[in-house]
Design a protein. Structure first.
Length: 446
């Protein structure tokens, strides 16, 4: 059930209840956060609810409200007053840890089950995304558990609850009552929460950082557009957590993964196969689960070239690429395969030469750009709105330029290109092209 949390004074709570009746599936009265409300006011508020009601009692004094006969009561499983709860009210035996997620979650549950309850709620703080995956694993395997993690890294447990049969997912209309809690509007609008079920497939982005990624917006929108029973979430996974990531998703319905920095060159040992193009690039940005085995490919280069070639074919033309990192390598490889003449301009000339050698290209210093003629310009350096890897005097008039940086605003480089009569392609277009290719790789039908 999608539980909307109610708190505050009588007037605020009344307003939220009327809204929650339209969107949620259950309403929780946080009695510890409604201390200003009298018994009579709580009774009035409960009468306004058209959905099942949970009273959360954190103090023995709050048990007096149980005379109003809520559908459920949430009480700490080890509270000394636990056994005094009226038998006609269904009990949610809960455990909260606001600092960590215990290593032995199953052991904790075993202890909690010594108390009779309708089901058991375990809410812990996720210090890592691995903590959240462990919680999902437990929830999926234990039918009487509502498992969730607090904190930003635990937010996905609230999104994916219905997939692992969690009986409760807590949300709010406006202000969060726990770290990592999501607004009900975001759950429904972005993650189509009410359509999620145990048959829903999970797709995810892994890497660090992921905070500014727009992949979850794009892929979830595509799933809804294509009527695919799937959902996409962001997971902050650090280098040292990759092995644990693959361990804990093994029994969860993960079917595809997008990989961002710094993991593109790290995931290979965990895969059954890598396609030839990704192997040449030495970086993987897309994982596909085929019958329990993971396979890797790279859509970055194709995505960039698809964006460029909407403006003209690169065959026989000079493609000048700024930078020599992973993105540059993917784009250079694809430009070469499509017949482009690749020139690498990099701050460290030796690194540029190493990349150029892989694509029968040429390497130059950034200072030499003004002496070269080219048709296409691609920036893969991190410089964005306030700086450019090259001065505007070195930008060729009328060029077609792509900046791989995903930004809401045009980068300084692209602004200069347009001022000189060229055509600017923002990083979002490249992102969209490569994300569409990911959908194809995951066999999401067009």
């Amino acid at each position: 059930m999608l539980v909307c949390v109610i708190q505050g004074n009588f007037t605020a709570a009344k307003k939220e209840i009327l809204l929650a009746n339209e969107q949620a599936e259950c309403i929780e009265f946080r009695l510890d956060l409604m201390e200003a409300c009298s018994l009579e006011e709580i009774a009035t508020l409960k009468s306004l609810c058209t959905l099942p009601v949970i009273f959360t009692c954190r103090e023995k004094s709050q048990l007096s409200f149980l005379s109003l006969k809520p559908d459920f009561v949430d009480v700490a499983w080890d509270a000394p007053y636990y056994e005094t709860i009226p038998p006609e009210i269904k009990v949610i035996a809960s455990h909260h840890d606001f600092e960590k997620t215990p290593e032995d979650l199953k052991g904790l549950l075993t202890q909690m089950r010594k108390k009779k309850a309708h089901f058991y709620k375990i809410a812990t703080f996720a210090r890592t995304s691995i903590d959240a995956l462990r919680m999902l694993d437990l929830t999926q395997k234990e039918t009487d558990v509502a498992g969730m993690c607090m904190g930003e890294l635990g937010a996905m447990t609230r999104i994916l609850g219905p997939i692992v049969n969690s009986p409760l997912t807590y949300t709010v209309l406006q202000n969060e009552t726990a770290p990592g809690q999501l607004l009900i509007d975001d759950l429904i609008r972005i993650y189509h929460f009410k359509k999620l079920n145990p048959s829903t497939k999970i797709y995810a982005l892994i890497g660090d950082p992921i905070k500014h990624s727009i992949g979850y917006l794009f892929h979830n929108q595509m799933f809804q557009k294509k009527n695919v029973n799937a959902v996409y979430v962001n997971l902050l996974i650090r280098k040292e957590e990759v092995s644990s990531f693959f361990k804990w998703i093994k029994d969860l319905p993960f079917m595809g993964v997008s990989v961002t920095m710094p993991l593109k060159e790290i995931v290979a040992p965990y895969l059954t196969s890598i396609d030839k193009e990704a192997e040449k690039i030495g970086a993987i940005n897309t994982l596909i689960n085929k019958e329990g085995e993971w396979h890797g490919t790279n859509t970055d280069g194709k995505g960039a070239l698809n964006a460029l070639e909407k403006r003209g074919a690169v065959a026989g033309k000079v493609v000048l690429i700024l930078g020599a990192g992973g993105a540059a390598k993917a784009i250079a490889q694809e430009a070469f395969l499509r017949g482009g003449k690749v020139v690498i301009a990099n701050r460290t000339l030796e690194k540029g030469k190493n990349l150029a050698a892989l694509v029968s290209g040429e390497a130059i210093s950034l200072d030499a750009i003004g002496h070269y003629s080219y048709s296409f310009l691609v920036n893969t350096t991190p410089l964005g709105r306030d700086a450019s890897p090259v001065p505007n005097k070195d930008i060729q008039k009328g060029t077609i330029a792509l900046d791989a940086l995903v930004s809401k605003e045009k980068t300084l480089l692209l602004e200069w290109v347009e001022e000189l009569g060229g055509e600017a392609i923002q990083g979002r277009e490249m992102f969209t092209e490569q994300a569409l290719l990911q959908q194809e790789a995951w066999a999401i039908c067009p």
